[in-house]
Each structure stands twice: as C-alpha cells, then as structure tokens.
Design a protein around this ligand. Sequence first.
Ligand code: NAP
Length: 289
Amino acid sequence: MMDRLVIIGLGLIGGSLALAAKQRGLCNQVIGCGRDPEKLVGAIGLGIVDQVSGDWEQAVAGADMVVVASPVNAVEAVFERIADCVGTDTIITDVGSTKGSVIAAAQRAFGHLPNNFVPAHPIAGTEYSGYEHAQADLFVDHKVILTPHAGSAVAAIEKVSALWQAVGSEVVQMDSSTHDQVLAATSHLPHMLVFTLMKMMADRDDHQAIFDFAAGGFRDFTRIASSDPKMWRAIALANDKEVIDLLTQYQAQLGELVEKLADGDGDYLQQLFSDAKLARDTHLVKPNE
Ligand code: NAP
C-alpha cells in the first residue's frame, strides 16, 4: 500500500483514479492538486481526495506516486513546476491521450527522461469533464496502455501497473509511436469526424428539422461530439501527423464513395457495406450482444 498519492489535475480522469484508489484503500492519503485549490474543496466532501493543494511543490515532495492528469498541452508546464521538488524515489506517471508528446515534454522539462517516469493512458472516459463526474468504477474492465521509455525502471513500471490493476484495469504495454498510431485510428479520427459532422449539420438552414428527427443511431454516433473542445484541441495538435494521415486516407475513401454513388454502382456499395459489417461483427461485437 502506498502512503501518499498525488494527482495534479483533478478532473474526470484524475478524480476517478483518486476516488477508485481511496475506495479500494490503495493509499493512506490522496492529495488533489490544481491551479485553484478553492475550486477543488468539494472533492473532499465527495470522498475523492483527503486534501487539496495549490502548493504542488510541497505536495509532491516525499510522495510515493505523482499522477499528472492535466490536458496534454499543459503537461510540460506541470513537469517543469515539479521537476526540482519530486524525489528520485517518487514514481511519476500521467494519463494523457497522446504519448509521444508527453514523453517529449518530459524530456524538455526534466532535461532527461527520469527512470521513475512511466507514461500511461487509460482507455476509459466519458464526454464529461471535472471531478464532479468522477466514477470509482470508470476503469474497471478497461485497458490501460503503458508506454515506458527505454530508461523506465522495471520497478517503476511494476508500481504503475499495480495501481491500474488494483482499480480494475487490464494493463498492456506498447511503444509510444504505436500508441499514437492506434489511438489516432480508434479515438482521434472518430472525434474529428463527429465534430465536423455536427458542425456541418448545425450550419445548415434546416438544422432544426435534422435534429428534431435525429434518432438513436445519430445520437450514438455523435455522442463524443459533446467532449471538451479545449481537451480535443490539445489532443489533435499533439498527434497531428497521425491524424492528418488518417483524415487524408478517409477523404480519399469518401471521394471514391461519392464517385461510385454517382455511377449508381450498387455492387461497390454492397461490397463496402458487407466488408464493414463483417469487420465490426468480427472485431467489436461481443458474443451475447
Ligand atoms: P478534465 O476533466 O477537464 O480535467 C483536467 C484537469 O486539468 C482540470 O481539472 C484542470 O484542473 C487541469 N487543467 C486544465 N487546464 C490546465 C492547464 N492549462 N494547466 C494545468 N492544469 C490544467 O479532463 P480529463 O477528461 O480528466 O482529461 C485529463 C487527461 O486525461 C487529458 O490529458 C486527457 O487527454 C486524458 N484522458 C481523457 C479521457 C476522457 O475520456 N476524458 C480518457 C483518457 C485520457 P485545475 O483547473 O484544478 O487546475
């Protein structure tokens, strides 16, 4: 069991991890750090943390583990602020949705990649933000990807793995560039598509009729367009090359679809839809769904 767990950025993900750790008795003390600790006081009453602090330097000194749960474009400034106060025995990790950018930020902020630094990304979340939406079971049965750098110490990797396993997650490891490619496909591209679709529909003169008649499929498909625009601005820019690559491929596929539709090529359409259905049924539908 850990003595002190410090979470910097007590939002949905940081708050959910804090709550899960406290409810499962994984540490003696959880401290939530934010830019304005006054705004975090409510998290004590909700049982998410034991203490809140704006004095990050003091909070991280002597901590067993520091989890940086800020937006990916803010991680570097957080690392810079704690670099001189965090002990060499303290494990440093994060939850950012992009990993290459976080590792590059750590390299710049610390001047090297600390061997007690283990980047991580829980593949769980919702479209809501803030600790008020924290859920203790958010990570149960979800994967967490660790992307250790070449110098990450085995003991540090084991401790970060143990934390995530203890809150119910399945831990997997991959290198940061594979992570960023895979997540661009499974998460970043879909967000770009639905943000664009919703904006396109909202800008139409007949948008009221469109939204009045939007049924379950449209709502399901566009749910993630309710995600935090600031967080997604940061993610898109942090993984821009992978996202541009996939958007370009998708654009080409859409161009072909438009041409085949204009040609009335039903065989093409049926083959496309069949291949897509087979792929989804094979890879994403669970046996009892
Ligand atoms: P969130 O609910 O908005 O929380 C982020 C927290 O970061 C805020 O509570 C805020 O705390 C702090 N923050 C915001 N801007 C900051 C800045 N400029 N400098 C320092 N701190 C700042 O977001 P979240 O959904 O928990 O996401 C947190 C991280 O998890 C992100 O890196 C995201 O990529 C990753 N992630 C998100 C999901 C998801 O589905 N939401 C899933 C997996 C991973 P204060 O205002 O108190 O400082």
